[in-house]
Design a protein around this ligand. Structure first.
Ligand code: HSE
Length: 318
């Protein structure tokens, strides 16, 4: 059991927030987190929920709502020491998540986020702020959900990363895999939308911005100097079914001096060429281990909640 009592404030109670509440509640005893509680939730639709009951997911599914509360005031007035930021993605200004994270860190609260906005666009500023306040700013869920990715490096002390390469967007990998069977891009995209993988506005995925934000976050974590605006981005709209058949994948790549996202034809021997459907995969090349790989889901309700739980364990177990 953890000795220190911790309280969690959840911001945003959509798919990820609800997934986290569910997973945390189910795994809490097993993980010895009896001293950790979800004490508050704030959501634009459901309102401000204080001391949520175990059946809160049923209550909101049945239409129950709570008094509205401005998110920034909720952060300021909360006695929670951990804030989970699960609100929506904005890859232009990172708002409102950026202000949420900044406010929480300024108040000396740990922050866990699955939001690529503040993680990709404001990493340096927010990490410096967290360091200054002696708290953690963690974002595992931004890259490949709960599937180990950059956090593999926690297991390799001293390993120096030479390069990172991966398939970090499930929607485009699903589309390219469908196109291998001869379907046109537009037909495969429609299929991905019908299955709920691609958004109604698929730009972030198909034009490469989502993958670009992820490789930027990895590059930030590795201490490389690339910014999101430095990433050379090419999406998959121009890929033909013939190219897809030849194992063209949307590859995100970075080393110390280069960063890009582009469709790349992979030789058969390349492990990444065998990654199909919505799966994600990463290759990390290090000085001590050569190339290591991880493959798994990069999205999903419980899969993303797993990432937040991974971050929570880092905070409460030190
Ligand atoms: N839209 C992303 C993908 C999932 O298709 O991989 C969230 O990062």
């Amino acid at each position: 059991m953890t000795s220190k009592k911790s309280k969690i404030l959840i911001l945003g109670f959509g798919t990820v927030g609800q997934g986290f509440f569910d997973l945390f509640s189910r795994k809490r005893d097993m993980l010895g987190l009896n001293n950790v509680t979800i004490s508050e939730i704030v959501d634009m639709k459901f309102g401000h929920i204080v001391d949520p009951k175990p059946d809160i997911l049923k209550e909101i599914a049945n239409g129950k709502t709570f008094p509205q509360k401005d998110v920034i005031s909720a952060i300021k007035e909360s006695d929670a020491d951990i804030v989970c930021e699960f609100t929506w993605l904005n890859l232009k200004t990172a708002e409102p998540a950026y202000s949420h994270v900044k406010t929480a860190l300024e108040l000396g609260k740990h922050v866990i986020t699955t939001n690529k906005g503040p993680s990709a666009l404001k990493f340096k500023e927010l990490t410096e702020l967290a360091n200054k306040r002696g708290v953690k700013f963690l974002m595992k869920g931004t890259v490949m959900a709960g599937t180990p990715s950059f956090n593999l490096l926690d297991l390799l002390p001293g390993a120096e990363v030479k390069s990172v390469r991966g398939i970090m967007n499930g929607t485009t990998n699903y589309i390219l895999t469908s196109m291998e069977q001869g379907k046109d891009f537009s037909v495969a995209l429609k299929e991905a939308q019908e299955l709920g993988y691609a958004e109604a506005d698929p730009t972030n995925d198909v034009d490469g911005f989502d993958a670009a934000s992820k490789i930027t976050i990895i590059s930030h974590i590795l201490g490389w100097k690339h910014e999101f605006s430095d990433v050379k981005i090419e999406g998959i709209r121009k890929v033909t079914p013939e190219q897809a058949k030849e194992k063209t994948k949307l590859i995100a790549y970075s080393d110390k001096s280069t960063i890009y996202v582009k469709p790349s034809r992979l030789p058969k021997e390349d492990i990444l060429s065998g990654v199909s459907g919505v799966m994600n995969a990463i290759e990390i090349e290090t000085d001590t281990m050569g190339k290591i790989y991880a493959m798994g889901p990069g999205a999903g309700k419980i899969q993303t909640a797993q990432a937040a739980l991974t971050d929570l364990m880092k905070i409460v177990k030190g």
